[in-house]
Design a protein around this ligand. Structure first.
Ligand code: SAH
Length: 373
């Protein structure tokens, strides 16, 4: 018997437990098939139906006719002198977004540390948000990733890393995760499911530039840590650095952060703050930031700016970063400074660009960011 055309065979990769159950039931099989499929696909990393030995022979034989397991292709793998690793995945044409016909490439980075291993994953090819200091912004939004493409980043990394465990996953690669909400939430469910990747809930972090309505939805849909790209303590400056601020200014953003942590006294929000020389790194700005965060469950993560070609910004010198951090700490705000890793393989924060065929810029000005929940 020949397989049905790929288009009508459902891709099981990227489905969460509910999605796999729906597939099983529709195929006339018991719902528990979903658990088996989930374990094979994500935990055991078996993509060949014939090898899924606890599934009945009859169904195993039928699976290739109605389903497929399709992942992006691994195009390149690099290891930095400091142990940071990077994977480049080549995508099929697909997904949605202004350039849905383009494939493109995405990048995933693994950062090993003494007590944890963090995987930094992408949620879109390019990004529409146009943050002034980010190299991904320069290519505009190419397209959203599918849940399969998001999950595959963890899958490939895990396969390469073997026992070097991925303890944390952060949506801090390319793209704005909350602008690709549905696919990102499905991917989160797979990452956090015991039969999926089994990651502890609060060790998965969504980082957002501040799409307020989706922050509220996220809180009700999943249990996950939140990081917010603040980068400026006042609206005029944040309007320039993170233009989505014109739509959701700081007061609204902070109110959303407060709602986010309401459900759990132990929760906090991590505020990311990129250190741009002479732009947002002054003492007055540190004081203003401290005032903003002082009475909130907050951690600040200062990120030394990572330069890229043609940027107008420079990294704050180390002593200025230290001074900024000292002011925050003196005010009782928990503050850490991110170590820059993977510089030699262009794997540092804000340097992930992928390689896209279509470099046409789809900027915030002409692509409406989908914001209504
Ligand atoms: N869209 C999400 C994820 C972005 S990447 C967000 O905005 O949060 C994760 C972090 O890296 C964000 O805080 C982002 O602002 C920051 N970043 C972007 N470009 C950078 C650069 N060149 N140097 C340092 N940090 C950068």
């Amino acid at each position: 018997m020949t397989d049905a055309p790929a288009a009508i065979r459902q891709n099981l990769f990227g489905l969460d437990r509910a999605g796999l159950e729906a597939f099983a039931v529709q195929a006339g099989e018991p719902a528990f098939r979903a658990k088996q499929l989930m374990t094979w696909l994500y935990r055991k990393q078996v993509t060949n139906f014939a090898d899924m030995t606890d599934i009945s022979k009859v169904f195993r034989a039928r699976l290739p006719e109605i389903a497929q397991v399709r992942l992006p292709t691994l195009e390149a793998e690099q290891t930095s002198a400091d142990g940071t690793r990077k994977w480049v995945l080549r995508l099929d044409a697909g997904g949605d977004g202004p350039a849905s016909k383009v494939g493109g490439a995405i990048e995933t980075v693994y950062i090993p540390e003494a007590n944890r291993g963090t995987l930094c994953i992408s949620s879109q090819v390019g990004c529409a948000l146009d943050c002034a200091f980010c190299s991904t912004a320069q290519q505009g939004l190419q397209r959203n990733l599918t849940a399969a493409e998001i999950v595959s980043q963890v899958w490939f990394a895990q396969r390469t890393l073997g026992d070097a465990r991925i303890s944390n996953v952060v949506f801090m690669g390319m793209g704005e995760p909350l602008a690709n909400y549905a696919e990102v939430v499905t991917a989160i469910r797979v990452l956090q499911d015991d039969l999926g990747f089994g990651l502890s809930k609060r060790r998965v972090t969504v980082s957002t530039s501040g799409l307020v309505p989706f922050m509220d939805r996220l809180a009700s849909d999943v249990d996950i840590a939140l990081a917010v790209s603040l980068h400026a303590p006042t609206d005029p400056l944040r309007d320039e650095l993170v233009p989505i601020n014109r739509k959701y200014p700081i007061a609204e953003l902070m109110a959303a952060c407060d709602r986010y942590v309401q459900r759990d006294r132990k929760m906090h929000v991590t505020y990311e703050y990129v250190m741009l020389d002479g732009v947002n790194d002054g003492i007055e700005q540190a004081r203003a930031l401290a005032r903003l965060l002082k009475n909130r469950p907050a951690k600040v993560n200062l990120i030394p700016f990572n330069p890229f070609p043609d940027t107008r910004f420079a990294r704050s010198p180390a002593d200025r970063i230290k001074r900024f951090s000292d002011v925050l700490r003196a005010q009782g705000v928990l503050t850490t400074t991110r170590r820059t890793r993977g510089d030699d393989i262009d794997a540092a924060c804000g340097q992930l660009v992928g390689r896209v065929a279509n470099r046409q810029r789809n900027r915030l000005s002409n692509i409406p960011v989908q914001v209504a929940p």
